[in-house]
Design a protein around this ligand. Structure first.
Ligand SMILES: *Cc1c(COP(=O)(O)O)cnc(C)c1O
Length: 400
């Protein structure tokens, strides 16, 4: 079994490029450029150079001793929260904007949910002197205000999206619509392993720096490149894809993705796509998505703007179908408790998205002595309003 994408852009049954004819030339050119440059020395020197000196990579693999004591396992946190702009999103953004630059594009488009992808894109667009337009749902603009201000100060235009649930999927719809009208000068930087081929594999490639580093760091710190398990939260699935990538063919490494259950998997207020989804097409890709019996997309819900998406990358649909990865579901409340637990045990304020991965530790039992690596995808600065509001209730329940 191989978990690489095939030449038509499919992981097994999932993936492909279901796009309007007018974008076909863009997608074909993008795929050619990506395949030509992914192993190009000068391109990789520029990419890895920026990851090192601009982003601050490698991000630390931190042995969390108090968390380890609590769960009876050797838990390491992959500190993507320490990256410039505060999450893993910048790894992919740098790769794609470098590609766009070499394709002669002058205008960068992005959709954003939590605003982390928007901030990363606005940042790299400023660095590379490109025009930047970010589409963001109005609901998300309200709950992630600091990131909206950051994008604007960095010189990006933030376009409020008022359709649907006014969240991530609606922002992606709007970005695609805009791209259809500006196919020549604009490149659309998709922020996760979603969208038409070549995006899912391309984003996974740029994010795979995460698992490449984990292998090297574990070798140094534990004398083996193989963890017992890798745990990551899954919105579209890019931090998970990056953290899993170099372990996909190492069957002894358990891969665990954690989706947002919202108010509960069966509550009608959820973003748990693997648990509640079925096959369909969303944003140019055949994958699992949340839909009703007429094929209408069900509005997702999660406290976390970055996980509030009704689809999932085709790689993860395939990893689920083949059983290579296990997917778990974590509610808003469980995630919030994990936020305060990490603050108190390790002095780290995680993003609400990353806290979903942390909450999975409560549901797993570790009988194996091997190291467990959890991808801490981002920091919690953007979530401070939520944390201040929710602190009293969450504190009551988790403290011993
Ligand atoms: C965007 C985001 C996510 C979810 O996106 P994936 O593509 O699933 O990784 C998770 N964590 C943080 C901090 C984010 O900003």
């Amino acid at each position: 079994m191989t978990y690489a994408i095939d030449k038509n852009g499919y992981y097994g049954y999932y993936g492909g490029a279901y796009i309007p004819e007018i974008l076909r030339a863009n997608i074909v050119a993008l795929k050619q450029q990506f395949l030509a440059l992914r192993d190009d020395q000068a391109f990789n020197a520029a990419f890895f150079g920026l990851l090192k000196d601009y982003v601050g990579r490698p991000s630390p693999l931190y042995y969390a001793s108090r968390l380890s004591e609590r769960y009876g396992a050797k838990i390491y946190l992959k500190r993507e929260d320490l990256n410039h702009t505060g999450s893993h999103k910048i790894n992919n953004t740098i790769g794609q904007v470098l590609l766009a630059q070499r394709m002669g594009k002058r205008h960068i488009l992005a959709e954003t949910g939590a605003g982390q992808h928007g901030v990363a894109t606005a940042t790299v667009a400023a660095l590379m002197d490109m025009q930047c337009t970010v589409f963001m749902g109005e609901t998300d603009m309200a709950r992630q205000q600091p990131n909206v201000e950051k994008m604007r100060l960095l010189g990006a235009t933030v376009v409020p999206v008022t359709s649907g649930s006014k969240t991530l999927k609606d922002a992606a719809n709007e970005a695609i619509r805009y791209w259809i009208h500006h196919p020549v000068d604009a490149h659309y930087v998709i922020g996760s392993v979603i969208g038409p081929d070549p995006y899912p594999a391309m984003v996974a490639h740029f994010q795979s720096v995460i698992s490449g580093e984990i292998r090297r760091q574990l070798m140094e710190q534990e004398g083996t490149p193989f963890p017992h398990a890798v745990i990551a939260c899954v919105g579209g699935g890019s931090n998970a894809a990056g953290a899993f990538h170099h372990f996909l063919n190492d069957k002894e490494v358990q891969l665990i993705g954690v989706e947002a259950a919202g108010k509960g998997v069966d509550s009608g207020y959820t973003a748990a796509t693997i648990a509640t989804g079925s096959t369909g097409v969303i944003h140019g890709s055949k994958t699992l998505l949340m839909q009703d019996s007429d094929g209408q997309i069900r509005e997702p819900y999660s406290i976390s703007a970055g996980l509030d998406y009704p689809g999932i990358g085709p790689l993860h649909a395939y990893l689920h179908e083949t059983g290579r990865a296990t997917f778990m579901q974590v509610t808003d409340e469980e995630a919030l408790q994990a936020v305060f637990l990490l603050m108190h045990l390790e002095g780290i304020i995680p993003a609400i998205e990353s806290a979903h991965a942390l909450a999975a530790l409560e549901k797993l039992s570790f009988t194996h002595a091997g190291p467990v690596v959890l991808c801490l995808s981002g920091r919690g600065d953007k979530d401070m309003d939520t944390y201040i509001r929710e602190a009293p209730a969450a504190l009551k329940t988790h403290l011993p």
